[in-house]
Design a protein around this ligand. Structure first.
Ligand code: IPE
Ligand code: IPE
Ligand code: MG
Length: 253
């Protein structure tokens, strides 16, 4: 059954693990405010947290980890905060790139990279190039990413390629999304108590298992990850069908 769903067995827990985990990293601002700190301090703490989260998911054998770092809507925040978030992307790349490469992790960026300052675009490009052959886990950082925008851009690509209406299939569209070639997320986690998608991976999450936790992103650690994966292991994924055991139970009735 696990094989059927594309799940793997965790080298750590021995349980079923998702191939692709996507995370809405929320609650940096509240984490800081609770401590009487400026919101930017929360973003810094959240960025620091990314390292241990990557390591833990990789140790479990997750193959794709997609992190929502900055949405197309986040541009509407005060300029100071937006600038700080862009600086933190630079900080993350500077500090983590060697580590990612050493750990055989492939970095990809999903979103409007062209909206970043040129020096940062270069840095991002270099990081992607350096890690492109790595095979242990793919790390997707979504920056200036929007799920609706992703679909609109895919439709534009279909039109630009002159794809005929009859050839516009789910597969054809999916192949033009920013996640082309990747499996859909199996598990979508959102931290900080909010229970909404906020324009993340709209198309790709059609059958993702949703998991919400009250932990603020900077506090989301190993135990929270293990709890989320354990919960995932208990979910019954049916994709609109029936489980083999349900079909079995129908026999003889
Ligand atoms: C998530 O933390 C980071 C981004 C959205 C960039 P928030 O900044 O949204 O934190 P809260 O929701 O205000 O606590
Ligand atoms: C979603 O969080 C975006 C990221 C985590 C990058 P937001 O904090 O921006 O979402 P809303 O505004 O609460 O829906
Ligand atoms: Mg938020």
């Amino acid at each position: 059954m696990a094989e059927l769903l594309g799940d793997l067995i965790s080298p750590i827990s021995g349980g079923r693990v998702p191939r692709h985990v996507a995370i809405i990293m929320d609650g940096n601002g509240r984490w800081a405010t609770q401590r009487g700190l400026p919101r930017v301090a929360g973003h810094r703490a959240g960025t620091e947290n990314i390292r241990r989260v990557i390591e833990r998911f990789a140790d479990h054998g997750v193959q794709y980890l997609t992190l929502y770092a900055f949405s197309t809507e986040n541009w509407s925040r005060p300029q100071r905060e937006v600038r700080a978030l862009i600086r933190l992307l630079r900080y993350f790349l500077r500090r983590e790139l060697d580590n990612l490469h050493r750990n055989n992790i492939r970095l990809q960026m999903l979103g409007h990279i062209e909206t970043l300052p040129e020096w940062l675009q270069r840095q991002v490009g270099d990081a992607i190039l350096l890690t492109r052959e790595n095979s242990r886990m793919a790390l997707n950082i979504c920056f200036s990413y929007g799920g609706r925008d992703d679909v609109v851009l895919a439709v534009r690509r279909l039109l630009a390629e002159g794809v005929a209406a009859d050839d516009v299939t789910e597969e054809a569209l999916a192949a033009r999304l920013l996640t082309a070639g990747m499996p859909d997320p199996d598990l979508l986690i959102r931290t900080a108590g909010e229970q909404r998608i906020s324009n993340f991976l709209l198309w790709q999450s059609a059958y993702a298992e949703l998991y919400f936790t009250d932990a603020f992103w900077p506090d989301f650690g190993r135990e929270d990850i293990d709890m989320a994966l354990a919960e995932y292991g208990r979910r019954k994924r049916k994709f609109g069908g029936l489980l083999p055991e349900d079909i079995e139970a129908l026999r003889g009735r």
